[in-house]
Design a protein around this ligand. Structure first.
Ligand code: BGC
Length: 353
């Protein structure tokens, strides 16, 4: 089932809609046409109370003030590009360097701040909506007019399937992600100490102190980045490893072992387990990398939903993606999208109750 309501208004008067996808198991996901934001994710519990497992805000103003991309679709290029510079087809481009001298998450006015066109695909068993956005040539410094489409489907298996499609009229970069902050104990829980994480990756991309990859694909063995088995997140967070210091926690890209170019169906990439409730988040994707971000820089402003003040390490994000700074690292899988090609990627977040 799908229901819609007005969530609020942008300063220019345009309405922000909230669309709820509800399945037969009592799971509900509320999505905004602003930034394709996943605002609430309610899961049923044995006591028949629902638990909201993502962080978010209660007003449009708070979303516009947010610097942490809570729940948003990120584009055109999720994560960082060094100094915002890259060369494509022998042309040098300069993006908006909006964070620490680098480009982050598509620039100041990224896809997370846009009002997307929405339409309902299916009301019934697997409620599904389509979001569309046209990003003009030169938007935030990126070449080509990009037509982007994202389909959100909540399945009977309690999975949110996210399908990304895009086309362009000129060679460009496209690296979309979803930036939900999960706390499987509930958004108000404060920390992620009861969470374990697993990522099926034998290599990761170490960074400098500004979160830009050195280019090395480093083995995870004997480091806190070895999450090939389920591991308590707090063990890694407490480590004195230089990379953990650089990121102030986990804020790194893992090179997923299951990735192959041209995958149409997602593979099992990562999961999290909340040990008290036994709730699990399973992440399947067709993308080559995943950023595990343990909300290291999350601040208490704006105040979160229901007056909850969020804190650093109060959530975890699994951002499926091309590796950071891939346009400047020729041996990383390429995020280039050419005229005439259709970009297609799928990521699924499945909740196991
Ligand atoms: C980045 C972090 C950043 C956060 C919020 C994550 O994807 O890796 O470094 O602080 O997004 O912008």
């Amino acid at each position: 089932m799908i229901s819609k309501q007005i969530f609020g208004h942008l300063p220019d008067g345009r309405a922000v809609e909230q669309i709820s996808l509800i399945n037969a198991n009592g799971m509900q996901i509320d999505i905004l046409n602003l930034g394709g934001i996943i605002r609430r994710w309610l899961v049923p519990t044995p006591s028949s109370e629902q638990v909201d497992i993502v962080l978010g805000f209660d007003t449009v103003e708070d979303y516009l003030a947010d610097q942490a991309y809570l729940g948003a679709l990120v584009g055109r290029y999720a994560n960082r590009i060094k100094h915002g510079k890259f060369t494509l087809k022998e042309t040098r481009y300069q993006l908006d360097a909006n964070q620490g001298g680098n480009s982050l998450h598509g620039g100041v006015d990224g896809f997370n701040r846009r009002l997307w066109q929405t339409s309902v695909i299916s009301q019934a068993l697997n409620p599904s909506i389509c979001l569309q956005l046209t990003s003009e040539d030169g938007d935030q410094g990126f070449p080509g007019q990009l037509k982007a489409e994202v389909i959100y489907t909540l399945t009977e298996e309690n999975s949110l399937r996210i399908e990304y499609r895009a086309s362009t009229d000129q060679a460009t970069l496209y690296n979309p992600t979803q930036h939900s902050y999960f706390n499987l104990a509930g958004h108000q829980s404060g920390d992620i100490d009861s969470h374990q994480a697993q990522i099926l990756a034998s290599h990761f991309t170490p960074t400098d102190s500004n979160a830009i990859p050195s280019g090395e694909l480093a083995p995870v063995a004997n480091t806190p980045f070895d999450l090939r088995e389920l591991t308590p997140v707090k063990v890694g967070l407490a480590s004195s490893h230089e990379q953990i210091k650089f990121g102030s926690g986990y804020d790194h890209n893992w090179c997923l072992d299951g990735y192959r170019a041209d995958l149409q169906q997602p593979f099992f990439a990562a999961m999290a387990l909340e040990t008290q409730s036994g709730r699990k988040l399973i992440v399947n994707t067709t993308m080559p990398g995943v950023q595990l971000y343990t909300a290291n820089f999350l601040g208490s402003e704006p105040i979160g939903k229901e007056g909850v003040s969020y804190q650093g390490n109060g959530a975890l994000c699994f951002e499926t993606q091309f590796y950071p700074d891939s346009p400047n690292q020729p041996h990383f899988p390429s995020a280039m999208l050419e005229k005439g090609q259709t970009f297609y990627a799928v990521t699924e977040y499945q909740i196991v109750l």
